[in-house]
Design a protein around this ligand. Structure first.
Ligand code: HXC
Length: 260
């Protein structure tokens, strides 16, 4: 692939396209530039007849620790609503017709957990930690966390995770049905690649049809939920608590929420 990316690494292995999120110092925090590149790389693989399956991964410490809080901290409601900031290009994932496997090690938090859930299945390393900690920042998940997590793990566990911000480890994620399986950290890349090579060896048409059909079962009324969630997510940028929650994170101090 000729295109140069700054925030992701892209390579191929046989008929598999591999994308590695690559902002390690920020624990792969997802900013608009990264999401633009990810969208472009996914579209390029989707259009490439020599690719049959895609693997998305991060670093050992973090698949992705969420949307970039530093980039979001000063946004107003007008900014995010008019500019579609933060949420831009996330829906590109859903337009990809070839399977995408998330190979998750380390933190998959907030938008990182949501990104993993947008993939077709998740293989987790034994050090993986999943969570939706947005509530601690004075916001809620904004890329499907309130919609996909309940579908994946049931209402009770999803509600607990979204309301408390608690992380769950890989074993709990597998038990709950979020991860298809857990593998040792040092085997994660090999296992994900092996699964992807298997899939890429099957009929591309059957694979695409299988993906489409399973998603039909899974995504019944997702569109309404997503639209609702997007409005609420953007609206929370009108609150003082969002400013305080994000400022506190940036300044490395406890947040003092005023509930307004
Ligand atoms: C920006 C981040 C970040 C993030 C970590 N960093 N997460 N920067 N956005 N989401 C940065 C830290 O500021 C720090 O930078 C460096 O990465 C290493 O992180 P540490 O906190 O020092 O590491 P550690 O102590 O190991 O803690 C790891 C962690 C913690 C538990 C994952 O970083 C954390 O709680 N991160 C925030 C997680 C979160 O709230 N995610 C949800 C974001 S909201 P420096 O420069 O100090 O070294 C969201 C909305 C989704 O995702 C909307 C989708 C549309």
């Amino acid at each position: 692939m000729s295109q140069t990316y700054l925030n992701i690494l892209v390579r191929t292995e046989g008929r598999v396209g591999l994308i590695t999120l690559n902002r390690p110092k920020q624990l792969n925090a997802l900013n608009d530039a990264l999401m633009d590149e990810l969208g472009a790389a996914l579209k390029a693989f989707d259009a490439d007849a020599d690719i049959g399956c895609i693997v998305l991964t991060g670093s050992e410490k973090a698949f992705a620790a969420g949307a970039d809080i530093g980039a979001m901290a000063q946004y107003s409601f007008a900014d995010v609503y008019k500019g579609d900031y933060i949420t831009r290009n996330w829906e590109t994932m859903r337009s990809i017709r070839k399977p995408i496997i998330a190979a998750v090690s380390g933190f998959a938090l907030g938008g990182g957990c949501e990104l993993a859930m947008m993939c077709d299945f998740i293989i987790a390393a034994d050090n993986a930690k999943f969570g939706q900690p947005e509530i601690k920042l004075g916001i809620i998940p904004g890329a499907g966390g309130t919609q996909r997590l309940p579908r994946a793990v049931g209402k009770s566990k999803a509600m607990e995770l979204v309301l408390t911000g608690r992380m769950m480890d890989a074993a709990e994620a597998e038990r709950a049905g979020l991860a298809s399986r857990v593998v040792p950290l040092d085997k994660l890349q090999d296992e994900a690649l092996a699964a992807a090579l298997t899939i890429a060896g099957y009929s591309q048409i059957a694979v695409m049809a299988a993906k489409e059909a399973v998603n039909k079962a899974f995504e019944g009324t997702l569109a309404d939920g997503m639209a609702f969630e997007r409005r609420l997510f953007h609206a929370l940028f009108a609150t003082a608590d969002q400013k305080e929650g994000m400022a506190a994170f940036v300044e490395k101090r406890p947040a003092q929420f005023k509930h307004q």
